[in-house]
Ligand binder design. Structure first.
Ligand code: FAD
Length: 411
């Protein structure tokens, strides 16, 4: 039995353990995860790690000694399959039982699969874990052509890296523009143009019907109209399904798949089960920056900040989760930084010239700033946070004027 048992040793779980010790928590802590490695950063998987620019040791969240020095018990390679909230006990895939005082569920999600794809075919990949990327890297020498299914951040980041590695890359997007779920039209078009300029073929509005299989390995992607795109590697980046089945089976309230799934938590990250919290990608919470809608956020920011909220509560400081969302994406030499959530915006102001490859887009709702996307414009990102945090009303003409620093516009 552990005083705090954390299930999922990713960003949220690791940060929960770190924050508990930072705040002087003296009870026993176990950090259990189904991956074999020490806890590591996930964002480099589609960036520097895939590119071979950073070895695995450099993406570890902390060195091995950190965990032992702080008496945090790591239980790698171990999956929880059931939770008994009455007995305060979990069951692992190998049949073991582990008791807890408090359970922190931080399991993230598993990549969504395309129903038209066979469950396992050599050459078909998702990018979620180190093992996924290691498999891709191992195949790389025999790959010339890659098809990326899904024009979201992860798919586009992978496309940028693979192009730089000399592969011929095609990105297939079902919607009429890339990044349609996460950003506005101007940014989507900018990234489409950038990728095309780097030699990536971007196809929007296409349906995938299946894959071609040659002797157990992928040899092509079949589109809805029958066309086949020959390739030796397919990357499927179409989002995740939150890994919450054991919690739901235990009776925790959840939200429907149409709302992104996930386990429902309150503003302290409490689930509806006693002494069970959920944090990170799997936690569906009412977010003030989404107008109070219940959403899941898939970002390091959210994972770390929710972990800290729980650590605070367990060490005597009860605080509601109210962090400004932020995110980043690196593609080629473009550093995108976003702050706020743009869903529901009614006006977008482009600040600077996209052709200069340094510009921002400011999103407004009813005249108030709700989000910014900043491409190679750290200054706007840093200064724009206050506008989002304060939901400040600003005239679009002022936002568009590059001679005016955002910090002078209130907030
Ligand atoms: P995870 O980090 O996914 O950790 C969950 C862990 O729990 C995993 O190790 C999982 O295997 C394990 N697990 C699941 N089920 C069980 C179980 N039943 N028992 C035991 N263990 C289990 N965010 C950004 O802000 N910026 C970026 O640039 C960015 N880039 C990204 C690039 C990639 C390729 C990916 C995959 C994600 C990226 N993200 C980025 C998102 C960010 O990494 C996630 O939001 C973050 O990792 C969420 O943390 P988490 O702890 O909730 O989940």
């Amino acid at each position: 039995r552990y005083d705090v048992l954390i299930v999922g040793a990713g960003h949220a779980g690791a940060q929960a353990a770190i924050a508990l010790r930072q705040r002087g928590f003296e009870g026993t802590i176990a950090l259990l995860g189904d991956e074999a490695s020490l806890p590591y950063e996930r964002p480099p998987l589609s960036k520097e790690y895939l590119a071979g620019d950073k070895p695995f040791e450099r993406i570890l969240l902390r060195p091995a000694s950190f965990w032992s020095d702080r008496l945090i018990t790591l239980l790698p390679g171990c999956a929880v399959v059931a939770v008994d909230p009455a007995a305060h006990r979990v069951t692992t895939a190998t049949g073991g039982a582990i008791g807890y005082g408090t359970l922190i569920w931080a399991t993230g999600g598993v990549p969504r699969r395309l129903s038209c794809m066979p469950p396992a075919l050599t050459g078909v990949h998702s990018v979620r874990t180190r093992a996924d990327v290691d498999r891709m890297i191992a195949e790389m020498p025999t790959v010339d052509r890659v098809v990326v299914i899904g024009g979201g951040y992860i798919g586009l980041e992978a496309a940028a890296v693979l192009t730089k590695l000399g592969k011929q890359v095609t990105v297939l997007e079902a919607q009429d523009r890339v990044l349609s779920r996460v950003t506005g039209e101007a940014l989507s078009r900018f990234y489409e143009a950038e990728h095309r300029a780097h030699g990536v073929e971007i196809r929007t509005g296409v349906a995938v019907a299946g894959v071609e299989d040659a002797a157990g390995a992928v040899s092509g992607v079949r589109l809805g109209d029958g066309e086949v795109l020959a390739c030796q590697m397919v990357i499927v980046g179409i989002g995740i399904v939150p890994a919450v089945a054991p919690l739901l089976a235990a009776g925790a309230a959840c939200v429907g798949a149409d709302s992104g799934g996930g386990v429902r938590v309150d503003d302290r990250c409490r689930t509806t089960l006693p002494d069970v919290f959920a944090i990170g990608d799997c936690a569906a919470h009412a977010n003030a920056f989404a107008g109070g809608r219940v959403i899941r956020l898939e970002s390091v920011q959210n994972a770390n900040d929710q972990a800290t909220i729980v650590a605070k509560l367990l060490t005597g400081t009860s605080e509601a989760y109210h962090a400004v969302p932020w995110f980043w994406s690196n593609q080629y030499d473009l550093k995108l930084q976003t702050v706020g959530l743009l869903s529901g915006y009614d006006h977008a102001v482009v600040r600077g010239d996209p052709d200069s490859r340094s510009f921002s887009v400011v999103y407004l709702k009813e005249g108030r700033v709700i989000a910014l996307d900043c491409v190679n414009r750290v200054r706007d990102y840093v200064q724009g946070r206050a506008l989002v945090a304060g939901s400040v009303a600003v005239a679009p003409a002022l936002l568009a004027d590059l001679s005016i620093d955002l910090k002078t516009l209130g907030g």
